[in-house]
Structure formats: structure tokens, C-alpha cells
Design a protein around this ligand. Structure first.
Ligand code: ZN
Length: 403
């Protein structure tokens, strides 16, 4: 399993200049290879005798001409253009496998990064050695002990970071989850998450004020003259705010997922059709802000590190509409209906807590039926198709525990 640790760098002026130059070289190589790829591809269509383009060949072709045509490329590590073309090769591979869109050109200011393969750099305590440059200070030391795979040096809002990928075959083995059993997590719009224990987790409050500021800053930026010094200043200000907002979100998500996986062994979540929900314009902003997909991804790998498991409900599982007490199914439940009373057993429900309890029950019953008990083997994502009502799922659970 590959784990990346992103560490802020503290380059001096000379080093920062080198980084910018290396990133520029990588970007140039990437864009050169992308243009060349398309040209060679067209040529191979016209003349089938010509070879189809590939990353390795392009890398060799660039190496053959760069000394004469682009001598400034020699000022930085040759790893930068090399890795960039390798990344382009991977981008095309992903495109052909329908995993990604057609590769696009890299842009200055947006794609300021370059890669290093593991034989080209070294990490020692709080510093990293970059070829043709020397040691650069890092804010903290590398947290994971494993085989180093590669590094990516990138600039975000004026700061440089090193993202170092480490291969940890077994992931991190953390102490197992506390003995709090199973939990259901209902992801919401008002609340970031509601747990089946009744706890609610709100997103970061600071986010709202920052979003107001974001709107103002982007408006200010749009009124500055293009190419002016003031515009670039305003642009950096805006980029910094974007980075802060992203950091806030990331932090709150990590805190939430760490706490859940620390406390609970079995975690039931819903399979949100995020794309479908994003079509709903009222909801879209809040959902995109919260990063549901990311939340789920973190739950998955963090649970795995502690030997826990995440059970994802079927997309059509009506977690909000079922009564968690008697299994009655409400046919019509508006999105704005936060409270409801079950016509079957007259229980008063909080919409989110009830949904979370249903998800917990779903997770518990599906793990019992799927593997005859908790904690068999390492945690993996399990897709459950839960029974439509609780009585039936009880029946299944009973059967499962006997067999
Ligand atoms: Zn009921």
C-alpha cells in the first residue's frame, strides 16, 4: 500500500528559484511531449508504417534534442522532464482505460510541480536532498518508515511542499478500534455527519465566513487590470484563501474519520449518489464543500489500518425513510422534514439519527451474514444489499449466526 506524506518545505531564495525552474522545465517537457504525442499519432494514422507514440520513446527523443534546442533544461535535474513525460504516459494510459479525460496542457501557476524518482533524492531527518541543489529544510520529518517510492515537489499558494510516497505493504498497523462496536454514519447537508449514537458533527464554522471572503476576493480580482501587478497580488491572496479553506476542510475530515475509526469497529455508511445530488443546486454547494467521497475514502483506509471494516449500503437503501424501531417505510419524506413520527409504532424520529441507526443495523446484519462474525480478515469495503425492512434483516441475521 502506498502512503504519501506531504511536508511543507522551507527553501531559501536560491532553492525556491531552483524549484520554480525545475517545475517550469517539467511543465515544458510535459507540454512538449503532449503536442508531440498528438502529432505523431496523427502521422501514424496517415502512414501506418510509423510507430504509435509512447512515453519512453518521447523521453528519448527529448533527450536527443534538448542539449541543442533547450539548453536551459540542463540547469535542473534531468529527472524533472523525465518524470513529467512518464506522468504523461500514465495519463494517456488512464485515458485509454476510460479512467480519466484526455490529458490537458499544464499551466504556469496552476501546475507548478515536478517529480523525483526514489534514486534521485534522499530524506534525512528534517531535510531532503534534491539533485543539483543539495539539502532543503522540511518542516517535519518523514512520518512513515518504508521503502520510498517517489516524491513530488509542488507549489500551492506560494508555499513549496514535498509529497513523499512510501510503500507500506501492510499499511499502518494501528491499535485496533476501541470496543464500541458498530456505528452508522449519516452524511448530511446541515450537519457534516450524524452518528447512530446521536452525536452530530458539524463542519468547520470558519468555513462560512471564509466563503464570504472568497466571493469578495474573487470579485476584486476580476476588476483588476489583466497583467497588472495588482492583479497578480490579488491572485496570490485569493490562492492563499483557497488553500486555507482546503486545509480547514481536510483537517476537519481527518479529525472526524480518525475519531470514528478509533472508536468503532464496524462502520455503516450510505452510498451517496454524489453526482445525482450535485444536480440539485440547493444542495450542491454544501455537499461539494464537505467532500463526501473523500470522507468515505478516509474511513476505508483508516478502518483497514485498525482491522475494522466499512459497510456501504446499497445506493437505493432508504435509510431515512425506514423506521429504525419497527421497520415501517415512509413513502413520502421531504428533504426538509427533519423530524417525523412513525405511523407504525408512533416513535418520534430525528431524521438523521434514525438514518444513522438504520445504517448501523444494516452494517451489523450484513457482516454477520457475510462472514459469520466480526473481524474476519483484514477490512475491505463491503457492499451490502440490505433487507428492505428490519424484521427481515433480523431473520437473516439469525440464520447467518446459526450457519
Ligand atoms: Zn416505527
Amino acid at each position: 500500500m502506498f502512503i504519501a506524506h506531504r511536508i511543507r518545505l522551507e527553501p531559501n531564495k536560491v532553492q525556491a528559484t531552483y524549484f520554480a525552474r525545475a517545475a517550469g522545465t517539467a511543465r515544458f517537457a510535459y507540454n512538449w511531449a503532449l503536442a508531440e504525442w498528438q502529432r505523431q499519432y496523427q502521422a501514424s494514422l496517415a502512414d501506418p508504417a510509423l510507430p504509435k507514440p509512447n512515453g519512453m520513446a518521447l523521453s528519448r527523443q527529448l533527450n536527443a534534442i534538448k542539449r541543442i534546442e533547450f539548453p536551459w533544461m540542463m540547469e535542473v535535474t534531468k529527472n524533472a522532464p523525465q518524470m513529467a513525460i512518464m506522468q504523461l504516459g500514465r495519463a494517456f494510459k488512464n485515458f485509454f482505460a476510460h479512467r480519466a479525460c484526455f490529458p490537458t496542457y499544464r499551466r504556469k501557476g496552476r501546475d507548478d510541480r515536478f517529480g523525483l524518482s526514489n534514486d534521485k533524492f534522499r530524506v534525512e531527518d528534517k531535510r531532503i536532498r534534491i539533485p543539483k541543489l543539495g539539502w532543503v529544510r522540511m518542516r517535519e520529518s518523514l512520518r512513515f518508515a518504508g521503502r520510498i517510492v517517489s516524491a513530488c515537489i509542488s507549489r500551492v499558494a506560494g508555499h513549496w511542499f514535498a509529497s513523499i510516497t512510501v510503500d507500506m505493504p501492510d499499511g499502518l498497523s494501528l491499535p485496533p478500534a476501541e470496543d464500541q462496536g458498530a456505528v452508522g454514519v449519516d452524511l448530511g447537508v446541515k450537519q457534516l455527519a450524524t452518528l447512530s449514537t446521536g452525536e452530530t458533527v458539524t463542519g468547520p464554522k470558519a468555513l462560512r465566513t471564509m466563503l464570504v471572503r472568497l466571493r469578495r476576493l474573487s470579485h476584486e480580482l476580476s476588476r483588476k487590470v489583466k497583467g497588472s501587478r495588482n492583479r497578480s497580488k490579488a491572485g496570490l491572496k485569493l490562492a492563499k484563501l483557497h488553500a486555507r479553506i482546503a486545509n480547514l476542510r481536510r483537517n476537519s475530515l481527518h479529525q472526524l474519520t480518525t475519531s470514528i475509526t478509533q472508536r468503532f469497529h464496524t462502520i455503516g455508511i450510505e452510498d451517496l449518489n454524489v453526482k445525482g445530488m450535485l444536480g440539485n443546486r440547493c444542495l450542491s454547494r454544501a455537499i461539494a464543500d464537505m467532500g463526501f467521497g473523500e470522507l468515505r475514502r478516509q474511513l476505508m483506509y483508516k478502518a483497514a489500518w485498525r482491522g475494522g471494516q466499512v459497510v456501504v449500503a446499497d445506493r437505493w437503501y432508504p435509510s431515512s425513510k425506514l423506521c429504525s424501531c419497527c421497520g415501517y417505510r415512509m413513502e413520502a419524506l421531504g428533504l426538509d422534514q427533519r423530524q417525523w413520527t412513525c405511523p407504525g409504532c408512533a416513535t418520534q424520529h430525528d431524521r438523521d439519527v434514525n438514518a444513522a441507526i438504520n445504517l448501523r443495523n444494516m452494517a451489523v446484519s450484513s457482516t454477520v451474514t457475510a462472514c459469520g462474525g466480526e473481524g474476519t480478515g483484514p477490512a475491505r469495503e463491503r457492499r451490502a444489499k440490505p433487507a428492505p425492512a428490519k424484521q427481515e434483516s433480523n431473520g437473516e441475521a439469525a440464520l447467518g449466526s446459526i450457519s
